[in-house]
Every structure is written in structure tokens, then in C-alpha cells.
Design a protein around this ligand. Structure first.
Ligand code: DCP
Ligand code: MG
Length: 359
């Protein structure tokens, strides 16, 4: 049988349940069954990296300021992150995956796509392979994972969320057409809050609603993303499981027709640059989780001398670039012909993750 038809692929998406929080509860029995949040201190404007399901009931969620989390859930127990431990667990889990396939695409420390189309175990049954992987994660790490199984990455990821936690769900090719009808558009990668809201205004809530639109109409409304939306709304996704498609960094820059004479002029260019950077980030983040590691400013002075300034940061905020611009400009204090800003990302499955500043 020819395996060139992408519909025949077998993709598993594995996602650990409450990853950091589950590890903390595993290692400290006193935390089990409690509302806990892993993250930085509320006094240091820390944020929640993740929290237990008990805490989620109170509305606590990832990326929320710890202060807000404690207000919503006064009994919340805060646990500082232990990144080296999470990294080590992640590496252990990767070795389990590697027993089944070489085609592994990690999305973060706790999440990966596996293409098991060629796997030999269990007569190639992706369902049984996923079950065994989850059982081995439990045996070796006493942690639970959820899995989604489908013929492409989009559906596998949707499926892994379906029976969370400690569950798995298969979307068979014969189920796709019906499954898509009721799927909310928010589940489509690349459809964020803003696009979903715009779709809602246009009367589109589910993929069935979107299916009623022609390619032309989709492109007229959503630009180049329209073509992809046409496919995704039908559960079609040809993206391969790629072993390393990670963004190392994203940056934007502008060369000015007239040189920027001073620091204030450089500051004045920041809002436009930052908007462009945000757009690039949003696009990239539609396909993978990117964890910012540091932010950087690049300045080329009128005489073409280049300088950069960077700092460790897991946040990408406009105001954070101001001191970097200052630092870079003050080295020469002459007019500027090019100004750029950017973000470097941690590679979640490599040791650099250890330097990730969550606090
Ligand atoms: N993480 C983080 N900051 C975020 C989101 C996540 O540091 N804004 C970290 C902590 C999580 C881990 O990444 O434990 C995995 O993220 P998930 O989104 O998969 O969340 P969980 O695994 O915690 O929960 P779930 O059971 O919903 O997968
Ligand atoms: Mg997870």
C-alpha cells in the first residue's frame, strides 16, 4: 500500500496533565488534592505557570498574576518552580516516545506530536501505542498524560483535550466530517480571541458555520489565512510532524529614510515596531508554544556601526525595550539609521530551558 496519502498518517498528540503542578504534588504528598499554583511570588509580581485542577475550579489559570490567583482562591498554596526537575522529567518522557518513533516534535516540555505511521508495536495501532506510552509514563514517573490520536496534527491536538485528564480520544477518519460540524472555531490553530470574536459577529461559531463559506469569501475576510481556514474547518491539515521546526528568535527592524537624531526619536519609533513584533509573535505562536527567554534591541548608527543590548525576560512588553534602547544608544550617542527589536526563545526540550525566568 502506498503511504503517500497524508490521510493515512497516524499522529499522536501527548500532553501531560497539570505538568509542573503534578510534579510538585507527586514529590510532596502534603500538596495532593489541594489547590496549588506553581509560579513566582505575588510580591515580585510573579505569574502562575500552572495550577492543579482544584485551583482551576476557582478560575485560576496559567499566565495569571499570582496576586489575582490568591484573591480568587485564598486557600491557594504557591509553590516556586523547580525547572531542573521539570526538564529532567521531560527528557525521561522523550525517551519513552523515542521507543516508538523518530518522528517526534516537542511543542514544550510537556507536549509533543508523534508520527507513529511506521511504528511496529501493537500491529501499528496508534490507539494501543498511546495507551502504552501513557502507562509507561505512569510507571516511570507517577504522572498522568492525556493523548489524542488522529490522522493529522490539528485533530490529534484537539483530541488530546477531549478526555483530559488521564484520558485519550481517537478521531478516526470516518468520524472527521461529523466531528467538525460542532467543533467551535476557537479550537482552530491560528484563531485567537480576536479572530473568534470577529467570526462570532459574522455569525460563525462552529466549523460547520465556517464550512458554508467559499475560499474566496474566506480570503476576502481573513486574507491569506482564508485558504488554510477552508481546510482546517474540514479537518484537513497537511503539516508534517517535523523534528525541529522551532523558532529560535523573531525580530523586526526598520531602516529610516532620515536618521533618528537622538534617544527620544528612537523611543518614538518603539510603538510601531512593537506592534509589528506582536503580530509576528501571534502568527508564530499559532503553531507552537514559544517561551521567550530574552529580549533584544539592535541599533545601527549612521556610520553603520552596529550594537545590540539584551536582557533575560520571559515577558515581551513594550516598556521593557526602553532601557535596552537607552543602553544601546548611549554607547555612541550619534544618529541612528536602523532600529530593531526581537525575542529569543528557549528551546523547551533542551537544557536552556533552565534559565527561563518565571518568577
Ligand atoms: N506553562 C508556563 N506558562 C504558561 C503556560 C504553561 O510556564 N503560560 C508551563 C507550566 C505547565 C506546562 O508549561 O505545567 C505545560 O502547559 P500546559 O498548557 O500543557 O498546562 P498543564 O500541563 O499545566 O495543564 P493541562 O492539564 O491543561 O495540560
Ligand atoms: Mg499539559
Amino acid at each position: 500500500m502506498l503511504m503517500t496519502d497524508t490521510e493515512l498518517r497516524k499522529i499522536i498528540h501527548i500532553d501531560m496533565d497539570c505538568f509542573y503542578a503534578a510534579i510538585e504534588a507527586r514529590d510532596n504528598p502534603a500538596l495532593r488534592g489541594k489547590a496549588i499554583a506553581v509560579g513566582g511570588s505575588p510580591d515580585a509580581r510573579g505569574v502562575v505557570a500552572t495550577c492543579s485542577y482544584e485551583a482551576r475550579k476557582f478560575g485560576v489559570h496559567s499566565a495569571m498574576p499570582m496576586k489575582t490567583a490568591l484573591r480568587l482562591c485564598p486557600e491557594l498554596i504557591r509553590v516556586p518552580p523547580r525547572r531542573a526537575v521539570y526538564q529532567a522529567v521531560s527528557e525521561q518522557i522523550q525517551t519513552i516516545f523515542a521507543a516508538y518513533t523518530d518522528l517526534i516534535e516537542p511543542l514544550s516540555l510537556d507536549e509533543a506530536y508523534l508520527d507513529v505511521s511506521q511504528a511496529r508495536q501493537h500491529q501499528g495501532s496508534a490507539t494501543l501505542i498511546a495507551q502504552e506510552i501513557r502507562a509507561r509514563i505512569w510507571q516511570e514517573q507517577q504522572l498522568t498524560a492525556s493523548a489524542g490520536i488522529a490522522s493529522n496534527k490539528f485533530l490529534a491536538k484537539v483530541a488530546s483535550d477531549w478526555h483530559k485528564q488521564n484520558g485519550q480520544f481517537v478521531i478516526r477518519p470516518s468520524m472527521i466530517a461529523e466531528f467538525m460540524l460542532s467543533l467551535p472555531v476557537k479550537k482552530i490553530p491560528g484563531v485567537g480571541t480576536v479572530t473568534a470574536e470577529r467570526m462570532r459577529e459574522l455569525g460563525v461559531r462552529t466549523c460547520a458555520d465556517l464550512q458554508a463559506w467559499s475560499v474566496d469569501k474566506l480570503c476576502a475576510e481573513f486574507g491569506r489565512f482564508g485558504r488554510r481556514l477552508y481546510e482546517l474547518a474540514r479537518g484537513i491539515d497537511h503539516r508534517p510532524v517535523s523534528v525541529d521546526n522551532s523558532y529560535k528568535s523573531i525580530s523586526v527592524e526598520d531602516t529610516f529614510v532620515t536618521d533618528l537624531p537622538n534617544l527620544a526619536a528612537c523611543y518614538a519609533e518603539l510603538p510601531a515596531l512593537f506592534r509589528a513584533l506582536e503580530q509576528r509573535l501571534a502568527k508564530a505562536q499559532a503553531s507552537q508554544r514559544l517561551v521567550p527567554k530574552s529580549i533584544v534591541v539592535k541599533i545601527r548608527f549612521h556610520d553603520f556601526v552596529l550594537t545590540t543590548a539584551q536582557m533575560t525576560s520571559s515577558l515581551v512588553e513594550e516598556r521593557l525595550f526602553l532601557p535596552l534602547i537607552k543602553q544601546a544608544w548611549e554607547r555612541r550617542q550619534v544618529p541612528v539609521r536602523l532600529l530593531g527589536i526581537g525575542v529569543h526563545f528557549a528551546e523547551p526540550w533542551r537544557p536552556e530551558q533552565l534559565s527561563l525566568g518565571l518568577e
